[in-house]
Write a protein that binds this ligand. Structure first.
Ligand code: SF4
Ligand code: SF4
Length: 222
C-alpha cells in the first residue's frame, strides 16, 4: 500500500538498490507467518501477480474474485488486493503448517516484505521497514536474492511503468468532474490490465507493454 511516510520513523534511514545487502534475512520465516495475517487491503496485486495466478492456477480473474481476491478503490482507480479471510483474517493461501501454498507464484508484495519501495524521479529504491518483521536474529541478504524474482531488471522496469502510469491516471481523475467518466476509466483499466486473460507468464512483459501503450493512448498519456 502506498503511504506518505517519514522514512526515518519506519526504516533504518537508508535507500537501497537490488545489488545492496540488507538486514532482512529471517531464517526462511521458520515458525512465523505474521505477514500473511491481518494485512487488510495492503497486499496489492499488480498485473503480473494476476497473470501468474490465473495462468498457473488455470483460472480467470473473476474466479479469483470469488475466492481469494477483492477489489478496492485508490484515488479513483479500482485495484485488486489479496483478501484476508476467516476468524484470523488470514491469506487464503496460508496453509495449516503456516507456509505459503503458492510460494512460487506469490505476489510481488509478499516477495518484497519487509522491504518497501520509495518512488522518486521516475524510478524507485528500496528501504527496510524496521518495525514490521519481528523475527530475530536477522541476517544480511542481497536484495536481488531476497526478491527471488526472475529477470529482475525487466521486473523493476515494469514496476516503475505501472506505478507512474497509475499516478498519472489518478492525478487526471482528480480533475475530472463527471463521476460517470471516472468510473469508465477505472473499469477500462480493470478490464484491460486484470480481467483480460494473459496468455503466458513468460510473455507477460511484452503483453503488458502492448496494453500499456494502448491504455496511454486511450487515457491521453501517449
Ligand atoms: S513477519 Fe518476518 S518472519 Fe514472519 S512471515 Fe513475515 S517476513 Fe517471515
Ligand atoms: S500469498 Fe503466500 S506469502 Fe503472500 S500473504 Fe498469502 S500465504 Fe503469505
Amino acid at each position: 500500500m502506498e503511504r506518505e511516510i517519514d522514512l526515518k520513523e519506519i526504516s533504518d534511514g537508508k535507500l537501497y538498490t537490488s545489488n545492496d545487502m540488507v538486514k532482512a534475512g529471517c531464517d526462511d520465516c521458520r515458525g512465523c507467518s505474521d505477514c500473511c495475517r491481518g494485512m487488510g487491503e495492503s497486499i496489492l496485486l499488480d498485473p503480473l501477480d494476476i497473470c501468474r495466478m490465473t495462468v498457473q492456477m488455470e483460472c480467470t480473474f473473476d474466479e479469483l474474485l470469488e475466492t481469494c481476491v477483492e477489489l478496492h478503490v485508490v484515488d479513483g482507480v479500482i485495484l485488486p488486493n489479496m483478501k484476508m479471510v476467516g476468524r484470523e483474517e488470514q491469506c487464503p493461501f496460508l496453509n495449516q503448517q503456516g507456509r505459503c501454498n503458492i510460494h512460487r507464484i506469490r505476489p510481488g508484495i509478499c516477495r518484497l516484505f519487509p522491504l518497501g519501495r520509495c518512488y522518486e524521479e521516475g524510478s524507485f529504491r528500496y528501504f527496510l521497514q524496521t518495525h514490521e518483521c519481528k523475527k530475530e536474529p536477522k541476517t544480511k541478504v542481497k536484495i536481488k536474492k531476497w526478491l527471488d524474482t526472475p529477470n529482475l531488471g525487466q521486473y523493476e522496469e515494469f514496476v516503475c511503468q505501472w506505478h507512474y502510469f497509475l499516478k498519472d491516471v489518478q492525478r487526471m481523475l482528480e480533475q475530472v468532474q463527471s463521476e460517470a467518466m471516472v468510473k469508465k476509466v477505472a473499469v477500462y483499466l480493470l478490464e484491460e490490465f486484470y480481467r483480460k486473460p494473459y496468455e503466458s507468464e513468460t510473455g507477460f512483459y511484452e503483453e503488458f507493454s502492448r496494453r500499456l501503450k494502448e491504455a496511454k493512448k486511450q487515457t491521453g498519456f501517449a
